[in-house]
Write a protein that binds this ligand. Structure first.
Ligand SMILES: C[S@@+](CC[C@H](N)C(=O)[O-])C[C@H]1O[C@@H](n2cnc3c(N)ncnc32)[C@H](O)[C@@H]1O
Length: 245
């Protein structure tokens, strides 16, 4: 099992990973978008756009965005696929509040709706969605196996899943340069700007502990997905995983 016991948590407290993660995102919610774009030098937008391009190739009628956060992946998808109805779920009320404000400002609250939802216990019927996407969410799940099994359950037969997540670059010297930035520079900027002492060191630690590439694909297989593939981007900093039910 991709287990909870030795998983990295934001605050190393006695609380469950889920409570710690929700509370961390509630705390940094107002700074999240700004820091995302700053710390990735805007490349996070390209990664989301590439994910959405792959999804648009299957023209889903409805689409679930798990761990939607402030909704950036959902909005990118809405722009590219105006006929697709999108539902975003998250366990952080603070992040959802911002997602809803943004949807209102963009005038797309009809097409994109947000609600509280835990990936490990999704409040949807079996076989509900044509496609499911998750960006930078699966690493934060308390129980990865359960989260993937729930995604499999609510996906329609023949439907596809698209998972965007950080991975660990393997190519020297890029690997060394990137790790120095990711381990030492990024947490300092994140700490100073977000005022949360742990959030951005948790980011580095959780990526180091998270299974990537072939390892993640084998966990997807175990959850039931088939035809799984992965597409590393930007020297392997980030990877898109795809699979089918
Ligand atoms: C790094 S943010 C990603 C947000 C967004 N997808 C993006 O691309 O910017 C991770 C999000 O995962 C959410 N999350 C963590 N565990 C979750 C769970 N079990 N169910 C639903 N959302 C979860 C957090 O609350 C947070 O908003």
């Amino acid at each position: 099992m991709a287990n909870e016991k030795d998983s990295v948590t934001p605050y190393n407290s006695e609380q469950t990973k889920k409570i710690q993660v929700a509370s961390m995102f509630n705390k940094i919610a107002r700074k999240y978008d700004f820091l995302n774009h700053l710390l990735s030098l805007g490349i996070d937008r390209l990664w989301r756009r590439k994910t959405v391009r792959m999804i648009s190739a299957i023209s889903p009628h409805n689409l679930l965005d798990i761990a939607t956060g402030t909704g950036d992946l959902a909005f990118t998808a809405a722009k590219k696929m105006p006929a697709t109805s999108i539902t975003g779920v998250d366990i952080s009320e603070g992040m959802l509040e911002i997602a809803m404000e943004k949807a209102g400002k963009m005038g797309i609250s009809q097409q994109v709706t947000f609600r509280y939802g835990d990936s490990e216990n999704l409040d949807f019927e079996r076989d509900s969605f044509d496609a499911i996407m998750v960006a930078f969410g699966v690493r934060n799940f308390e129980n990865l196996d359960k989260g993937l099994e729930e995604m499999f359950r609510v996906l329609k037969h023949g439907g596809s899943v698209f998972i965007l997540e950080f991975s660990k670059p393997r190519i020297f010297p890029f690997k060394t340069i990137f790790n120095t930035y990711f381990k030492y520079v990024l947490p300092r900027i994140g700490r100073f700007t977000s005022k949360d002492h742990k959030a951005y060191s948790y980011l580095f630690e959780s990526v180091q502990a998270f299974p990537d590439f072939e390892k993640f694909v084998s966990i997807m297989e175990k959850a039931g997905f088939h035809s799984n593939k992965f597409y590393p981007m930007t020297f392997g900093i980030c990877t898109i995983y795809t699979g089918k039910k």
